[in-house]
Design a protein around this ligand. Structure first.
Ligand code: BES
Ligand code: MN
Ligand code: ZN
Length: 498
């Protein structure tokens, strides 16, 4: 999908479909007012007759007589002007994208970004257009054998802006939105694929492909012997019961000078989490194919920033393996030595995420990173605490937590801060090793994060628990790609601040 920022007057002449926002109660907004004038009060009449009341998300597609500026007109309800904020703006765009895909339009001129939205400048408004339209066009990589209907693809979106200055801002926003969209698509594809396809090896190959596609990316994939050489005892314990070989995937993006400290993004890449010997209950066990969502998201983020050519350095590190029960599987009570040297008593083999992550976090030290952010579908407890709307955010560095929180708000991919620290670490006491891998049911998301914190000492570190946000259950079952939008926004913002 191609996005282009175009100055209002020019855009309309080229549009196969003009997409125009209308407020409730006869309040037409910027673009609709012009269209209404040109079309002899068409929109005003539709509102008067009650055929289009412009409730938020309403759509009405109208064919236009030949000779009109556009061949079709798509009206989008914006609700009341007073209630029109960033959420409503996104919803309106989603309706627009849906309506356009349904009708098989191949190109459109979108006028919605011309409406003022509280706190959102033109660049951000355009960015959301690109993000929403790309996400809407996303197709799950399914393996259904029935022939797929060949819908005409929405290929070109022109985003109208009032003048040259606004168009320039819009163009910048569109680039970011499209990059987020493509990072999201990358992450969602990996997570949606079945675990017999999306194996650690497969994830490694996709990361190697990224390096082929972008000269700014270098990928290194370590196999079991490489992981052994690093003495990643905790990571190795998780993979030891599985026939599927593990991978440590290291994806380096260079956008700044070599000596600029990178941001390390560490992802949990459990391509299937059965629980191991501490086997999970059968219901919804299939959803544990999404347990590599953190790893997929950090790779998707690297893809997005490579597209944007951001002037920073970023390293994605994914610890990828399966968690399976077998005769060779790690057992409750086994004690392992992590790469950091700390010993861990594995009391529950289903708390495997922190085991692979602790070694990956230790690995990140070699980069002397400016910040380390790990992303993981780590705990069911986080879902109980926060539901499916916001990700859990824990950090040993308040400024970093603040940056991520703000990025999440801007990107509509929010995180909520949860506590970590001594009290929670106390819950992880072991009589036989330095630390146990579980600390009871109470505050399960916080003890898990506090476990990781023990391996992130003296680094600026944050943890994102995306167990509730990385995928949807039910009819809409599938990956959301979160937190790619938050991470990309965070990195974009960092380059601005410095
Ligand atoms: N991958 C799961 C966390 C999870 C559970 C994500 C449900 C999404 C939905 C993780 O590996 C896990 O099993 N965590 C355990 C930890 C417990 C044994 C301390 C959990 O949350 O139950
Ligand atoms: Mn588990
Ligand atoms: Zn897991």
């Amino acid at each position: 999908m191609e996005f282009m920022a175009i100055i209002d007057a020019k855009a309309r002449a080229q549009a196969g479909c003009a997409v125009v926002g209308v407020y409730e109660n006869g309040d037409l907004g910027v673009a609709a007012r012009q269209v209404d004038k040109q079309m002899q009060g068409l929109i005003t009449n539709l509102q008067g007759s009650g055929d289009f009341t412009a409730k938020l998300g309403d759509t009405l597609m109208l064919p236009l007589p030949s000779g009109s500026a556009a061949s079709r007109l798509l009206l989008i309800g914006l609700g009341t002007r007073a209630g029109f904020g960033r959420k409503q703006y996104r919803k309106a765009l989603q309706s627009a994208a849906q309506a356009l895909t349904k009708t098989g339009a191949s190109d459109a001129a979108v006028y919605l970004a011309m409406e003022p939205v509280a706190e959102l400048d033109m660049a951000y408004r355009a960015r959301i257009v690109a993000e929403v339209f790309t996400s809407q066009a996303y197709k799950v990589p399914d393996l259904k054998t029935s022939p797929k209907p060949k819908a005409r693809r929405l290929a070109a979106i022109n985003v109208a802006a009032a003048d040259a200055r606004a168009a320039k801002a819009a163009a910048q926003g569109l680039r970011i939105g499209a990059a987020i969209g493509s990072g999201l698509g990358f992450a969602r594809d990996l997570a949606n694929l079945p675990p017999n396809v999306c194996t650690p090896t497969y994830m490694g190959n996709r990361a190697l492909q990224l390096a082929k596609e972008f000269s700014s990316i270098k990928t290194k994939v370590l196999d079991e012997s490489g992981i052994k050489a690093l003495k990643m005892g905790a990571f190795l314990a998780v993979t030891q019961g599985s026939e599927e070989p593990p991978r440590l995937i290291v994806c380096e993006y260079r956008g700044a000078k070599k000596d600029v400290a990178p941001v390390c993004l560490v992802g949990k890449g459990i391509t299937f989490d059965s629980g191991g010997i501490s086997l999970k209950d059968p219901p919804a066990m299939d959803e544990m194919k999404f347990d590599m969502s953190g790893g997929a998201a950090v790779l998707g983020t690297v893809r997005a920033i490579a597209e944007l050519k951001l002037p920073i350095n970023v390293v994605a590190i994914v610890a990828a393996c399966e968690n399976m029960p077998s005769g060779s599987a790690v057992k409750p009570a086994d004690i392992v030595t992590t790469m950091s040297g700390q010993t861990v008593e594995i009391l529950n083999t289903d708390a495997e995420g922190r085991l692979v992550l602790c070694d990956a976090i230790t690995y990140s030290r070699r980069y002397k990173p400016a910040a380390v952010i790990d992303v993981a579908t780590l705990t069911g407890a986080c879902i109980i605490a926060l539901g499916n709307h916001v990700s859990g955010l824990m950090s040993n560095t308040p400024e970093l937590a603040q940056e991520l929180e703000s990025a999440g708000i801007r990107a509509d991919d929010r995180a909520w801060r949860l506590p970590i620290g001594e009290e929670y670490v106390d819950q992880l006491k072991s009589n036989f090793a330095d630390i146990a891998n579980v600390g009871g049911r109470e505050g399960g998301a916080c003890t898990a994060a506090s476990f990781l914190g023990k391996f992130a000492k003296d680094m600026a570190w944050a943890h994102l628990d995306v167990a509730g946000t990385a995928w949807l259950s039910g009819a809409q079952k599938g990956s959301t790609g979160r937190p790619v939008p938050m991470l990309v926004d965070f990195l974009v913002h960092r380059t601005k601040a410095s």
